[in-house]
Design a protein around this ligand. Structure first.
Ligand code: SF4
Length: 704
């Protein structure tokens, strides 16, 4: 809608931050966003959190890149470059678009032709649109000739998706957040929704106020705790022990749903046998949760008319993250708490489009709609559809790509809108990998920590400057609409992908996101019924939506037919194992990393947003007050935190929601990058790193 003054307009769009996917309106004047309002979207009903309400001015930051850049010949790459993002000219020079695109595209092509396709890799973005994700993976698969394409889903819910696909045949949530109003019991485990999914958490709190039983299970007592009926503050890293003991308690008391198990599942006997070793009494000293409490919450969960489970990175980011998720799914299946309103499984998606980017095939083992790359018939289908020979090997995952680059086997990388030089584990190693590349092309809004290592930097489009679709944690596809013009010479991401594709020999001429979406609909049955007009008109449609008259599918498995080959859900057993790096005398604290309310992931957007950065301007290490006192420290005192891989200097903050011996560090701050400390040990099944557990040592700084 346009106001009376032509320079004013209201643009209906969606929030660019978390997976809740709140619909909002940008109020624009003179090509600047003046303020935002929540709209009555299905996931937010007019609500917005602080990020959605105030987090928009990053796109007009003075640090915004507006010209293509090429690395200067006298600025060799270093492992620890000292670059001021406000002054890139110490290491880069401006280039014309033609020169920058030729350098990027032809260098990547030359690497492919000289060393072979497996010497290339691409990182797409969970913050880009569905259309950008689809086109990016198509470029890597048909232009680079490899399946080495991944994005940050590998770092967040890869383990959840792995377990869900093998056990129930989908990686998507089975029930939407709004179902908390229809549940009787809501379990939130390893997630901190008031910080990471704030508007979703407000509906959970409303449900608790309305008498639903809220069970929080987390090593940290978070801001959700005052709203909970039960707070199980268990010992970090003992998820499998706790979940297995809950299932053992349910077995003990004969509360399994026998009819559901008999008719709709397989593998229960093996699970039953496995659980014999996990009685609540036996697990109490391991988990720190009294056996009676375990029995009580298990009884509640099993016997309610509807129990839902939400989980986050606290479950998934472990070297046994897939086993954690398997145990959660087992719990829902053995009690038949799935396939009805107010039940089911909901891995809370972090980024605004991490669900959509995964659906669009931005992962190394599947084409769009999770169609496996190593299935010959599927490969042939996509070869025909895209008119290109395709790689028949599974691609490398995110951390594997960096390991191969470190070894010199990956030589060229195209990174669009992600910042692995901040988000990858064991950063020193990842940053060294970037130094080794013959060509690194980075497409982004700012000179991010990853762009410090680039040969070519392509200035791209911010969320508020482009049209596209985004899929939220509820599987809702929603339309983001442009509110602002592009600054300077910055260009649309979709155009830039096409420009690189042309230089790799692909003759692409998509006129815009709509044409890309129409192609996606042809190879993705889940969205086949969502025409562009319909999305534009309805604003939010939930997949699967197979035909244009289909209303969408908010709840999966109502007919109790799972999307596995035999239509049954498959129980799996999970062994309790420990993290790969436990505390010891030298490194006595456990480090947990994560987000905070005001800052988003690696901080490239929110730390350039005035209001958000003013609220949380600096990195702090949260510690239990008793640990601080014992070390002779006050909140705010400076400390150096070491792991076996690196160190960071920062101030402390008191948090009595932590266990003693446990510390928390957000990963948004480049000046104290949490991932310099984390370990790159991977879950063997999903290749997700163990961000939620490593051992650190803390020393007071000499200077206070
Ligand atoms: Fe944006 Fe998430 Fe906040 Fe909603 S809850 S306003 S989607 S950050």
């Amino acid at each position: 809608a346009v106001g009376e003054d032509e320079s004013e307009k209201d643009v209906e769009s969606v929030c660019p931050y978390c997976g809740v996917g709140c619909l909002l309106t940008y109020h624009v004047k003179d090509d600047k966003i003046q303020w935002t309002d929540g709209r009555d979207g299905p996931s937010n009903h007019n609500r917005l959190c602080v990020k959605g309400r105030y987090g928009y001015d990053y796109s007009r930051s003075p640090e915004r890149l507006t010209k293509p850049l090429i690395r200067r010949e006298d600025a060799p790459k270093e492992a620890d470059p000292q670059i001021d993002p406000a002054n890139p000219y110490t290491h880069f020079r401006e280039a014309t678009w033609e020169e920058a695109l030729d350098r990027a595209g032809y260098d990547l092509r030359n690497i492919r032709d000289k060393y072979g396709s497996q010497a290339l890799a691409g990182f797409g973005s969970a913050k880009g649109s569905n259309e950008e994700a689809y086109l990016f993976q198509k470029l890597v698969r048909t232009g680079f000739g490899t399946n080495n394409v991944d994005h940050c889903t590998r770092l967040c819910h890869a383990s959840s998706v792995k377990a869900m696909l093998e056990m129930i045949g989908t990686g998507g949530i089975t029930n939407q957040v709004e179902d908390v109003a229809r549940a009787e019991v809501i379990v939130v485990i390893g997630a901190n929704p008031p910080v990471n999914h704030p508007v979703a958490s407000s509906f959970m709190k409303n449900a608790a106020q309305n008498g639903k039983k809220l069970i929080l299970i987390d090593p940290r007592r978070t801001d959700m705790a005052p709203h909970a009926d039960y707070m199980l503050q268990f010992q970090p890293d003992t998820d499998v022990a706790l979940l297995n003991s809950m299932m053992a308690a349910i077995l003990e008391e004969g509360l399994v749903d026998e009819e559901f198990i008999r008719s709709h599942t397989s593998g229960f006997e093996a699970l039953q046998e496995h659980l014999a070793a996990y009685s609540p009494d036996h697990m109490e000293p391991i988990t720190g949760i009294p056996a009676e409490t375990i029995r009580e919450v298990s009884r509640l969960y099993a016997t309610s008319e509807g129990s839902m489970i939400f989980w986050g990175m606290g479950v998934s980011q472990h070297s046994h993250g897939t086993d954690n998720a398997r145990a959660l799914i087992d719990l829902a299946l053995m009690t038949g708490q799935i396939g009805r309103p107010g039940t089911g499984l909901h891995p809370l998606r972090g980024q605004n489009n991490v669900q959509g980017a995964s659906d669009a095939g931005l992962i190394p083992m599947v084409y769009p709609d999770y169609q496996p790359v190593n299935d010959t018939a599927t490969q042939e289908k996509f070869e025909q559809f895209w008119g290109s020979k395709l790689d028949d090997q599974l691609g490398l995952t995110a951390v594997e790509i960096f390991n191969e680059a470190h070894e010199g086997n990956i030589k060229g990388m195209y990174i669009m809108g992600e910042n692995p030089a901040m988000s990858d584990p064991n950063l020193r190693h990842s940053r060294e990998s970037l130094v080794h590349l013959e060509n690194l092309t980075v497409q982004d809004l700012f000179l991010t920590e990853t762009a410090f290592y680039a040969d070519v930097v392509l200035p791209a489009s911010a969320f508020q400057e482009k049209l596209g679709t985004y899929t939220n944690t509820d599987r809702r596809v929603q339309m983001g609409r442009p509110a602002l013009s592009l600054p300077g010479d910055a260009r649309q991401d979709l155009d830039l992908i096409q420009e690189i594709a042309r230089r790799l020999g692909l003759d692409w001429n998509y006129s815009g996101p709509r044409e890309v979406w129409e192609e996606m609909r042809q190879c993705m049955p889940s969205i086949a019924g969502m025409s562009w007009e319909r999305l534009d008109r309805e604003d939010s449609i939930t997949y699967p939506c197979p035909t244009e008259d289909h209303p969408g599918t908010p709840i999966l498995f109502l007919d109790k037919t799972f999307w596995t080959q035999d239509g049954k859900a498959h129980f799996q057993t999970a062994d309790f194992t420990r993290a790969k790096e436990l505390p010891d005398d030298e490194y006595p604290f456990v480090l947990i990393t994560g987000r905070q309310l005001e800052h988003w992931h690696t901080g490239s957007m929110t730390r350039r947003t005035q209001v958000l950065n003013a609220i949380e301007p600096m990195a702090t290490l949260s510690m239990h007050p008793e640990d601080l006192r014992q070390m002779g420290l006050q909140p705010g005192d400076k400390v150096r935190t070491y792991s076996r891989r690196g160190s960071v200097d920062l101030a402390t903050r008191a948090d009595d929601g932590l266990h003693r011996g446990q510390v928390f560090l957000p990963f948004a701050y480049h000046e104290a990058a949490a991932n310099l400390l984390t370990t790159d040990v991977l879950d063997p099944d999903a290749k997700i790193p163990e961000f939620k557990y490593c051992a650190v040592q803390i020393q007071p700084s000499a200077e206070q």
